[in-house]
Design a protein around this ligand. Structure first.
Ligand SMILES: [Zn+2]
Length: 298
């Protein structure tokens, strides 16, 4: 089913990551910059993440003995230092997720935003992050070049494979830890009129069922299973109770490796350096000029 399966540590059948993007209320401030400070409902919905959900999630991870990856916009790092401290204390990783959740496709001066976020990481997290996930997955070539320039080890914004693969550019490369919408909690659980996202909210069991089907297929194929979820959505009481039950069941009955994405990058680097694995490579940029634009001119 998978052409080029990755040998995981200790013969584990599947690598698993429940990655959390702690966007908090950055989403409303970037969407409604003129009056977001007085939009109390979306601010409070976002604040639920760092104040209520993250402590709950960290308790579960501590009890089960797993370390995972979190992605935080730089502004959230500065605004919620207690959550940052608790995440790091739990042995988890914090990756780069923009500064104010600005969409790289729309934000002018991407370098300014990118480096402002890096500065927040240096001041609050004790160093530069190993990984990056683009806000709304909207990575572009300028960001890829910034990642290479700043020595990032992986990106987690693209969708070109089921398992980690290499992104190569003329100036260097990094690992891609692929995402997709079927393992993201916005479609089943987000309802956010202020940013134009109006999905019918599913019940916890119906919304999560799609994730578990994705896991079953990844496990059978000896692959990679990653959730891309948000504390203010999946960290809510009823949903997280079901995730916690799934984690307990999976850890007890399956041969899985729960790891941080930087640990998965370490493992992949070791496999490649020992000659035990040859990853698939995507060479960037895919295109160097507008495709539709050139068609229009003909
Ligand atoms: Zn986000």
């Amino acid at each position: 089913m998978i052409k080029n399966p990755i040998p995981w540590p200790n013969g584990a059948r599947c690598a698993c990551v429940i990655s959390f993007d702690m966007d908090a209320d950055s989403l409303i401030h970037i969407a409604k910059p003129d009056d977001s400070h007085d939009r109390l409902y979306p601010i409070s919905m976002g604040r639920y993440g760092p104040t209520v959900a993250v402590p709950r999630i960290l308790d579960t991870y501590r009890r089960l003995g797993i370390e995972q990856s979190f992605f935080l916009p730089g502004w959230c790092i500065e605004t919620y230092p207690d959550a940052v401290e608790a995440i790091l204390k739990g042995g988890h990783e914090i990756g780069h997720h923009g500064y104010l959740h600005e969409d790289p496709i729309d934000a002018p001066d991407q370098r300014m935003w990118f480096e402002k976020a890096l500065d927040a990481h240096r001041r609050y997290c004790g160093g530069t992050p190993a990984g990056y996930r683009a806000p709304v997955y909207n990575i572009n070539q300028e960001v890829v070049d910034l990642l290479v320039e700043h020595g990032f080890r992986y990106d987690s914004s693209m969708m070109a494979d089921d398992i980690p693969y290499r992104l190569e550019t003329a100036k260097g490369g990094l690992w891609e830890m692929p995402v997709h919408w079927g393992t993201d909690d916005w479609p089943p659980f987000a309802h956010y009129a202020e940013i134009g996202y109006m999905m019918p909210v599913q019940s916890p069991s119906a919304g999560l069922a799609g994730f578990w089907e994705e896991f079953d297929a990844a496990y059978d194929a000896g692959g990679f299973f990653m959730l891309i979820v948000h504390p203010f959505l999946t960290g809510r009481l009823a949903r997280w109770r079901q995730v916690e039950e799934w984690l307990e069941e999976t850890l007890n009955t399956k041969d899985v490796w729960f790891a941080r994405l930087d640990q998965i990058a370490d493992h992949l680097d070791q496999l490649v350096s020992k000659g035990d694995y040859t990853p698939r490579q995507d060479h960037l940029p895919y295109y160097t000029s507008p495709i539709g634009g050139s068609l229009k001119q003909r």
